[in-house]
Design a protein around this ligand. Structure first.
Ligand SMILES: *Cc1c(COP(=O)(O)O)cnc(C)c1O
Length: 221
């Protein structure tokens, strides 16, 4: 398995560089975020052994189980929260993560601002946008983005980018282009979009962070 994971990291990194070239992006413009949710410890170790240091987790509790003991050994480790955050987990999230990609409501802004101040720890955030306006999905509606951005900035939160998860049954390119357009309009330079099945198209649309799990670690059980 260790060999598979190393080979997958090499292959995906190669594909990312190729997608950058094909779409006229700068070499290295896209950061690979390895999505380690549900993976066993030996898979994480295999990923770390390749030299990779940027990981995404979608649950605070699981992220602690995965990384709390590992982090002290890797000072350059970067952890990104890519799943919904409840306000009662803001404290743990601020203590562990280096970026929160899923800011999507004022109450969460308030909770994060309080915790960052308390802990003396400022971590950048992305706002998650529900580009497909799906009822069950997290993220601020596109029409609410400007107000949430103003609110977050007024609270002292540093917002550096936008994140989206396109609807499963629609062409992702439209959502990627839409998110890029929103980011440009609001002067945000970073874009987290694209997963195992569509990261090439996300890179073509301007992604700076692609969140990839299955293509690196295999199918989740
Ligand atoms: C699980 C997950 C991913 C990774 O998806 P794959 O299809 O396994 O690459 C990306 N983004 C988010 C928000 C996720 O929860």
């Amino acid at each position: 398995m260790e060999n598979d994971i190393a080979a997958n990291f090499a292959d995906i990194t190669h594909q990312i560089r190729k997608a950058e070239r094909v779409s006229g992006r700068k070499d290295g413009a896209t950061q690979l975020v390895a999505v380690s949710k549900t993976q066993p410890a030996d898979a994480l170790e295999a990923a770390l052994a390749t030299g990779h240091r940027v990981f995404g987790e979608n649950k605070v509790q699981e992220a602690y189980a995965h990384w709390a003991d590992v982090k002290p050994r890797y000072p350059d480790l970067t952890l990104r929260l890519i799943g919904p955050l409840q306000t009662n987990k803001a404290k743990e999230a601020v203590a562990l993560f280096d970026c929160i990609e899923t800011l999507d409501r004022e109450k969460l802004v308030d909770a994060l601002a309080v915790e960052m101040k308390k802990q003396g720890r400022t971590i950048p955030c992305f706002i998650q946008v529900n580009t497909g306006a799906e009822l069950q999905k997290a993220g601020v509606l596109p029409t609410g983005l400007a107000a949430l951005l103003d609110y977050a900035r007024a609270a002292g939160i540093i917002v550096t980018g936008l994140m989206c998860i396109p609807p499963a049954d629609e062409a992702p390119q439209l959502h990627f282009a839409f998110l890029k357009n929103l980011a440009d309009r609001h002067g945000l330079s970073q874009l987290s979009m694209g997963m195992s099945s569509d990261f090439d198209r996300a890179i073509a649309a301007g992604a700076t962070h692609v969140r990839i799990g299955t293509a690196l670690f295999g199918e989740r059980s």
